[in-house]
Every structure is written in structure tokens, then in C-alpha cells.
Design a protein around this ligand. Sequence first.
Ligand code: ZN
Length: 412
Amino acid sequence: MNGHVVTGNSDLIRKWNRSLVLDLIRRQGPISRADVKRITGLNFTTVTNAVGDLVEEGLVQEVGLGTSSGGRKPVLLTLNPTARYVIGCELQSTLLIVGIFDLTGRLIIQTEEPKDPGTSPADVVAATSRAIDALLAEANIPKEKVEGLGVAAPGPLNSRTGVLLTPPNMIGWRDVPLREMLEKATGLPVTIEKDGNAAALGEVWFGAGQGVLDLIFIIVDAGIGGGIITGGHLYRGRHGGAGEIGHTTIDVDGPRCSCGNYGCLEAIASGFALSRRAGEEIRRGVDSVLAQHGAGDTAIDVHHLLEAASQGDKLAADLLDISGRALGIAVANIVNMYNPELIVLGGRLAQHSDAVLERALELGRNRAFSVLSQDVRIVPSALGDQFLLAGAAALVLAGLFRGPVDLSPAEL
Ligand SMILES: [Zn+2]
């Protein structure tokens, strides 16, 4: 189906066939056993056994009868969306969001609590575990029905080992074995990906990227990150660091970046960069409503900027224009490098500022090699403010269904 040859381990083959059948029923149900056999190419016994297992586990239900092509009318199969649930967790430096989704990706319930950049890993793990228990109790869902916990966390991190390396803006966090800690605390299987990767995967599963094989997601918020899906697979690179779009150089003589380099996209176009720039301008005496928040490097949040711009503040509008222009150049570079079908922009600066989005679209097209930019689609995330939480949940669904994006083919 996707080129992986599995031989010699009947348990793995059975698991793989089970996921193949389950994913087909998810995508094309209601569907008959005969059509499952025809489309997957599996033999009848294998399909019958896999469907039997799935019905017994409650994941698949038999509904009504299809039209007969002569003979008995076939029984149709559909996914039972509430047979299992998945939990998504969005971990940010100042926010922790946990949500429960059904198997179709419908968000059932969520909670968020503010945290501090200095909150310790142990406290974050305890808060996550508490939130999960409270949500399950409130939604009346037994923990046995939870398939797993997916976590979208700040990179850099090693998704294979589940260790967060040196997340910026998480004070005191270094080489934190977050997956192991969460598995111990919650008793659930845990999958961790950096936020950009989770966002890209979420968009493919639930958002604007459904059916798209080559997609790049760019998060433009306080920081800037990205994720790459190529040929239907998450592209991680050698150390899992692929997609660090925020640290591509946009201006060789530009301002210093948190990574130590100069002129990175993040140092010019991110919320942090715009806050620092606003502080400089205010200290220089530029008149702006932003001055009410102070003139320190981190005094002005993204929402202050968006609000000021909507009130007609010139400094805020100029800053958003700078962000959009730099983002547009980055988009053009991405178009040239990857020739993607779709570029999705998420994060408050891209989703809530028309100025940033329009600038990025315009320059992203005009500055890219024309043949490649002709039919590339550049759109804001279809998942609104939930693109990261949904992406976290998609990590678990990808494992269950082995859907359009394969999480870890090497481990099959
Ligand atoms: Zn940088």
C-alpha cells in the first residue's frame, strides 16, 4: 500500500492488516467486506478476521444492508467514532491545553491553564495528569477507552525517545524525558512531536491538508516554527530538526536571534521580535498606543499589537507589515525548496492579522521562482486556534490508523 514490505512476523502483519482495514473503513465507510477486500487486495480470510477483531473491540460497527449485485445484500461497516478517544496536549511556555477527541477528530471537551516559563517538568506532568483525569470524569469517559496521549511541545526534541532537549522559553528545562514521565503519571501510551510537526500532521488529518501529499506548515506567533510533509510523510531530518523555518536567514545583517545567529526569520517577524522592535521605537519617542504596555523588550504581546493595529495605530501597522514582508520572503524560499502543493499558516500573527497574511501571500508568490509558485496554495489553518491541540490528537490517530502520514515506518 505504501511500499513497506512486512515479512516474517505474523503479529506485526496482523496489526498492519488491522490498521489498513480500519483506516479504509474510517475513510470510506459505510463499506462492505467485499469492497474492503477488493480495495486492500487482502484475501477474504484476512479481511474477515480483521473485521471480526475490530467488531469485537467495538471499533467497527455493522450498519444496515447495502445494495446487492445479485444474491444476499451485504452488511455495511462503519467506524464507531466513540469506541475510543484520544487526548491531545498542547504545551507552551505560558500555557497548557488538554483536550479529548473522538476517533473522527471531534473535540469533545478541553481545558487550559496558564503556566509559567519556569514551571518545572514534574509540575507540568502533574498538571497534565490532573487535567486528563478531570476531563475524563466530566465527560464520563472511562480511561480504558483512551487510545493514547499526543503531545505537541516546543522543539528541539527527539520524538523517537520523547526527550525535550533545550526548549527555548522553558526555564530550567534540559534533556527532559517528558514521554517517560507522562506515561508513568497517566498510564497512557504517549507520543511527542515538536509543535510544527504536530501542526502539519493535524492539518493533513483534519484541516486544509486532507488528501495533500506535499505540505508545509508555518507557525507565526510569539516564536516561529514549521513542519514539513513530503510525499505524504512527516519529514524530520537526521536529528528531528527539519522544519526550523524560524531560523532561516532572511537578512544577513539583521538583528541577533535567540539562537545566536543574525537576521533569522524569527528575529524579524515573530511576536518576540516585534515586541523588541516596538520597545526600541517607543524608547526613541515614537507616539503609539502600545506605549501604555511599557517599553521593555518583552512588554508587548501579540494580542496588544493586533489590537493596536485594528485601532489604526501606525507603529503597530508598520510592525505587522515588517512581519508579513519577512514571512513572504521565507514562504518564497520554501516554495523554491519544496515546490509544495499547500502552505498553511497558523499562529496569531498569520491567522488574526490580514496585513501579515496578505503581505506573506503577495511576496510568497512574487518572489518565488514563477513556475513553482503558479499553483501553490497558501492558506491560513482551517483549524483556527485549535491547530496545535488537534495536531497533538492527530499524533495518536496516526498511530492507530496509520493514516495518510506514516509516523514511524522504520519501527514497523
Ligand atoms: Zn535564529
